[in-house]
Design a protein around this ligand. Structure first.
Ligand SMILES: [Zn+2]
Length: 257
């Protein structure tokens, strides 16, 4: 199985997958058609399947053009009139694609949007804008409880899981995480690592869940350092993990970017 990372726009990533010696490929969240078509040509592939995580244009903007070029393409996505999917999938559905020797499990991860889903297989998670390295998506439509539930679901996946998120936001996210978690050595180490990767023209994702659990404040709502930092910042006594998550998210939304 090959996974090609396609950078697009200023900081998006689309993910193209194909088996060795096969001609057919799958793309996740093609927000633009041109870079996908280029990558398909470079690898001598035809597009047979599109997996969509949510309706934002930087995730679906290329779908109609790709369907013109590859009329038989299967488009998978959640039930949402804003998403042009012809194969509707829901939580815990298993998808078997002809083009890959893998089965994808669908996870409902609503929060960033109300119908956001993720695709999981073989310790790889395609999570759109739900989780980023050292951050998480903004809550445009869902509740804090929804997003806390989605992140808890991700937190409970095997720790070796690779997080194939859709944006290169890592360094900026680390800047915020350091406000809450200034004594976290893993966070400082990750900052140095990411600076080096980006300087060399590389990508900081996919990241590994095990490391995210050590550095990502939006997965650390149960960690004493994050809890005390959030409680002190807002001068509140918070009893629930979902409330720690809520105030962490509000802190970033209102005072960081
Ligand atoms: Zn989005």
């Amino acid at each position: 199985m090959n996974i090609v990372q396609i950078p697009a726009f200023t900081d998006n990533y689309f993910w193209l997958m194909f088996e060795d010696n096969e001609k057919s490929a799958v793309v996740v969240d093609p927000g633009d058609s041109a870079p996908v078509i280029k990558s398909l040509k470079d690898n001598n592939l035809e597009l047979t399947d599109i997996l969509i995580t949510h309706h934002h244009n930087d995730h679906i903007g290329g779908v109609s053009e790709l369907k013109k070029v590859f009329p038989k393409v299967n488009i998978f996505g959640p039930s949402d009139p804003r998403i042009p999917a012809d194969n509707i999938v829901k939580n815990e559905d298993i998808i078997k694609l002809d083009s890959l020797n893998e089965e994808f499990r669908v996870l409902d991860v609503r929060g960033h949007t109300n119908s956001h889903i993720a695709y999981y297989f073989d310790k790889k998670l395609f999570c759109g804008d739900t989780l980023f390295s050292c951050g998480c998506g903004r809550l445009f439509e869902g509740t804090y409880e929804d997003m806390h539930k989605a992140l808890t679901k991700i937190k409970n996946l095997p720790k070796e899981t690779l997080i194939y998120c859709a944006h290169e936001y890592t360094l900026d996210n680390i800047g915020f995480a350091k406000l809450l978690d200034p004594n976290n050595h893993d966070l400082i180490a990750r900052e140095e690592e990411v600076k080096k990767i980006l300087k060399e023209g590389g990508y900081s994702v996919p990241s590994v869940l095990e490391n995210e659990l050590k550095i990502n404040p939006f997965l650390r709502f149960d960690h004493k350092d994050v809890i005390s930092s959030v409680q002190n910042h807002f001068n509140l006594k918070l009893n629930k993990e979902s409330e720690i998550f809520k105030y962490t998210r509000q802190w970033k939304d209102n005072e960081y970017d």
